[in-house]
Design a protein around this ligand. Structure first.
Ligand code: SF4
Length: 209
């Protein structure tokens, strides 16, 4: 092992607490400059299921916890209906700092670019290393890109358990914020049902393993 590899190994966080601190100190891309804080993943170290979203939203940035805003409430409802206890799940995001643009006094969500997703994958890999989930659920295109390290078309892969190149399995579905953007009630009901079905597939896979 080279000196650099030894140094990297020593500096890699070995606990979720150390990981949280390291993420807050991260300067691997520019997003830390504009966010209140990093929002680390949360959940048990031995969680079987890891849910990966895109990035913290406005509420998460202020609160410091993942999925506490409107999309989080949709996720909580779907998890409950799928028979999944959120307290037993590790919930995180592909990108740990909130990317946004100012519109007047409002901070509007801005999608992370490929360079930011790739930079932040470092932390996602450490989360996976620490938690070793049986299944990752990638919520939306950003999370899917982070997990599979390439561009993923959601509708082509959605709902199937697929092996990941560097180990483990993942299932791709939509991000719950998509459901909030739909205008028609009928579309909302249909898409919510599909999202719920994906979570039920994830639970069945984890329960079988
Ligand atoms: S978004 Fe990720 S890579 Fe960028 S500074 Fe924050 S923690 Fe680091």
């Amino acid at each position: 092992m080279t000196l650099l590899e030894q140094q990297l190994r020593q500096e890699t966080p070995r606990s979720l607490k150390a990981l949280r601190e390291a993420e807050n100190a991260c300067r691997r891309c520019n997003l830390y400059r504009f966010a209140t804080q990093a929002v680390p993943g949360e959940g048990p170290r031995d969680a079987s299921l890891m849910l990966i979203g895109e990035q913290p939203g406005n509420d998460e940035d202020l609160d410091g916890h993942p999925f506490v805003g409107p999309a989080g409430r949709v996720l909580d409802k779907a998890l409950q209906e799928a028979g999944i206890d959120r307290k037993q799940v590790f919930v995180t995001n592909a990108v740990k700092h909130f990317k946004h643009e100012m519109r007047g006094k409002r901070r509007l969500h801005k999608r992370p670019d490929p360079g930011e997703i790739d930079a932040c994958r470092w932390w996602q890999h450490i989360e996976r290393e620490l938690v070793k989930p049986k299944l990752m659920v990638a919520l939306g295109a950003t999370a899917a890109r982070s997990v599979f390290e390439r561009v993923i078309t959601i509708h082509k892969m959605r709902g199937c358990v697929v092996p990941v190149r560097d180990g483990g399995n993942a299932l791709v579905t939509i991000h719950p914020s998509y459901l909030l953007r739909l205008r028609e009630e009928r579309d909302k009901r249909t898409e919510y049902g599909r999202f719920l079905a994906d979570l039920i597939t994830a639970k069945a896979f984890v329960d079988r393993m």
